[in-house]
Every structure is written in C-alpha cells, then in structure tokens.
Design a protein around this ligand. Structure first.
Ligand SMILES: C[S@@+](CC[C@H](N)C(=O)[O-])C[C@H]1O[C@@H](n2cnc3c(N)ncnc32)[C@H](O)[C@@H]1O
Length: 384
C-alpha cells in the first residue's frame, strides 16, 4: 500500500487546482483519507468487499465518545451472548482448520453482538475491528502475504484470546478515529464515495469528472505477489460474504488469469522486452505477467474516460523480478499513460524501510527458495 506520508506529499505537491480525486484501487482507503484531509472530494473503487468496507469506515468520522459508549455496551453484550451460547457459528469450508474451537465460539459471540448494533455506521466500525480480530486470532502465520497455517508444534501452545484481541483493536481504532474526527471538526474536508466494483468495467464514475488520480496499483500474478483475495478470505467468510465471491476474488482481479497468448495491442517497448525475455525461460510465466498489463491497459481506457482533459496522475509502483528478469513497472506505466496523452513529469525513487517488508520472499512458493523482495518504490508523476 501507499503510506499516508507519500500520499500526503504527492497530493500537496501536485494537486494544483484539483478538486476531485480518484483512487481506482483504493484498498483500505488511506489515499482517500489523504484526499479528504486535503479538502478534495474523492472516489475510491475496489473489487474486494473487505477493502470497500474498511475504506468507508476509515473515511466516515464518528465521535469517539459514541464509539466508546457503544463499546462499553457491546463488551457486556458479548459476555452475555458467550455465556448463554445464543449464537450461530458460520459454516464455511475448513473453519476448524483455521481456528481453534474456543476462538470460534468467541468470534461467533462478538459477531452476533455486533449484528445487534442498530446504527449502520457504528456497526461497520466494529465489523472492521472484528475483521482484523478474525485474522489475528486465526491459526495463520503472521507477517505473510498469503495464508499459511502455524506449524502443528506451535499450534499446541497457541491460545489466542479473541476477546482481548478485539478489545485492543477497538481501542487503537477509536484513537485513530479520534484524530480524524477532531481534524474534520476543525477543517473543511472533502467527501469520499467508495464504490465496490471492477474498475475496468464500472459505470459508477462520471465521464471527465476527475482531476487527480493517486494510487498504488495491484501487481496481478497473485500466485507470486500479494494475494489480496486469499489474504482477506477468512475475514470475508466471517463477515458472511458468499463463498463463490470470496473464492474467486483473486481470479477476478487485474491479471487474475494468464493471457491466452503473448500478443498485446498497445505500445510499450519496456513491457515487450521484459515479456520476451521471460517467455524464453517460461512461456506460461510470461503470459501470467502480461495478463496484468493487458487488464491495466483496459483500466487506463477507463481512466482516460473519467479523467478531465487537464488532469494529473501519481502512481506508486515497485519493480519486481520474475525469472530473474526485472519488470520495470514504472516505465511500463509511463508507456501506458502516454497512449492517452499524458506526459511523464518525474519519477521519484524512495527506499522502503526494510521493517515494512519481508526482505526475502519465495517466488516459487517452495520453502527455502527465496529471492529478495522490492526494497524501493517509484513514485511516478504524469499530467496532461
Ligand atoms: C495495492 S492495493 C491498493 C492500495 C491502495 N491504493 C493504497 O495505496 O493504499 C491494490 C487493490 O487493487 C484492488 N483491485 C485489484 N483488481 C481490481 C479491479 N479490477 N478493480 C478494482 N480494484 C481492484 C485489490 O482488491 C486491492 O485492494
């Protein structure tokens, strides 16, 4: 994701007279919040219902006193429900594999109590806290982009307390909300509208309505990069989203399926060169990589349609390596946007502090077979 400081700086330095912003891959809504705090109204789009839920909550200020009071009441209610066992346990595939029996009962009690919250805005705030509680109390290993179960030996001594985890998350999120709420009370801030949709086909954005696009796009190729759908699966299942939506999420994202061939119909010498070199080593991997860019090109046709004639773009991308061949995402993005009349202004390279990233990852998903991950990101600025 784009860290708030980068988004803030990018917006401050490049907004010009922009009034309306867009993050077409809004994830958890950090960029949208920066638009809001800077006084721009904005739209966020994401295909993942968990992302849109988090984005909405992050950008809907609620008075901290309201949340604190509601949490006092909810805490008592969760206790009552847990004691009476008056809750339903969701039935989804492998729930016992991913959660210990005690955790399942506590999560079910929390979920039932949250469902009783009458105000939908407050309820969503607690659902977001719950979704993180699910992840943190599950049997998944921390610090991973994908779902891996804790080893059998470690599992024996692993006894997370879902109540304590939820309580700590609620306190932290109320404090964060307090900051947003106080700022919004004192300053003129922008409206945020969050859209759950595939950005390549969405009809929810008006033509020529956007001044400034800021995003950190996905990378596609979810087998070897961030599998957003897989990462959010357990939370989505506990939140009650249909199994077919949850299980198909990664496939429905940009680059979710390999391209049928190595052909593509736009001009990008940088992409052509990378794909040709990868194909010499592994044709399927080349089609998996290419698929993301074909989909991104479709998305940029949409960007072209919704961005005003005079508009700006800021993208934060890393250059990853496939089969030891570097994919220059920053250059390819410039090629793609030049197709729609944008001019490249500058690319700023920023070192990513290593504690934010696992320094090595496993590109083949084979244990022990690792390469170093990206340690810098490129902030690409364009305008037309
Ligand atoms: C890197 S994250 C975005 C993070 C966010 N832009 C930020 O900087 O904090 C990429 C997001 O793209 C979303 N995504 C992937 N394919 C999409 C599509 N076709 N339409 C809309 N969103 C999509 C994923 O669900 C994921 O949340």
């Amino acid at each position: 994701m784009m860290i708030p400081q980068v988004a803030r700086r990018a917006i401050e330095a490049n907004r010009g007279t922009a009034k309306v912003g867009l993050d077409p891959f809004c994830g958890s809504g950090s960029v949208l919040l920066e638009f809001k705090l800077a006084g721009l109204s904005s739209y966020g789009v994401d295909i993942n219902p968990l992302a849109t839920l988090v984005s909405r909550v992050k950008n809907t200020p609620i008075a901290p006193e309201v949340l604190e009071q509601e949490w006092l009441r909810l805490g008592r209610r969760i206790g009552e429900i847990a004691l009476s066992r008056d809750f339903d346990v969701p039935q989804f595939f492998n729930i016992d594999y991913w959660f210990k029996p005690e955790v399942i009962l506590k999560l079910a009690a929390i979920r039932t109590a949250i469902d009783e919250v009458v105000d939908p805005i407050t309820r969503n705030f607690f659902l977001v806290c719950f979704s993180e509680t699910v992840r943190k109390s599950s049997n998944t290993r921390g610090g991973e982009f994908k779902l891996y179960r804790i080893s059998e030996e470690k599992l024996a001594d692993y006894n997370p307390d879902a109540f304590e985890i939820m309580s700590a998350i609620v306190k932290r999120n109320i404090a964060a909300m307090d900051e947003t709420y106080s700022f919004c009370k004192k300053n003129k801030t922008g409206n945020v509208e969050v859209i759950l949709d595939d950005v390549t086909t969405t009809k929810s954005l008006a033509s020529k309505s956007i001044d400034f696009l800021v995003t950190s796009p996905p990378y596609g190729d979810s087998k070897t990069t961030v599998a957003y759908g897989q990462f959010s699966r357990l939370s989505l299942q506990w939140l009650g989203f249909p199994q077919e939506v949850v299980m198909r999420l990664d496939q429905s994202m940009l680059g979710g399926r390999p391209a049928p061939s190595l052909d593509f119909e736009f001009s990008s010498p940088s992409l052509e060169s990378a794909v040709t070199k990868i194909a010499e080593k592994d044709e399927l991997r080349a089609r998996e990589v290419l698929s993301f860019f074909i989909d991104f090109h479709k998305a940029s046709e949409k960007f072209d349609a919704v961005l005003k004639k005079k508009s700006g773009v800021c993208l934060v991308v890393g250059n990853r390596t496939v089969k030891e061949i570097k994919i220059p995402m920053d250059e390819i993005m410039v090629d793609l946007f030049e197709d729609f009349g944008f001019e490249h202004k500058q690319t700023i390279v920023r070192q990513i502090p290593l504690k934010r990233m696992p320094r090595r990852n496993s590109p083949t998903n084979v244990k022990g077979n690792t390469v170093s991950t990206m340690t810098e990101e490129n902030i690409v600025i364009l305008s037309r």
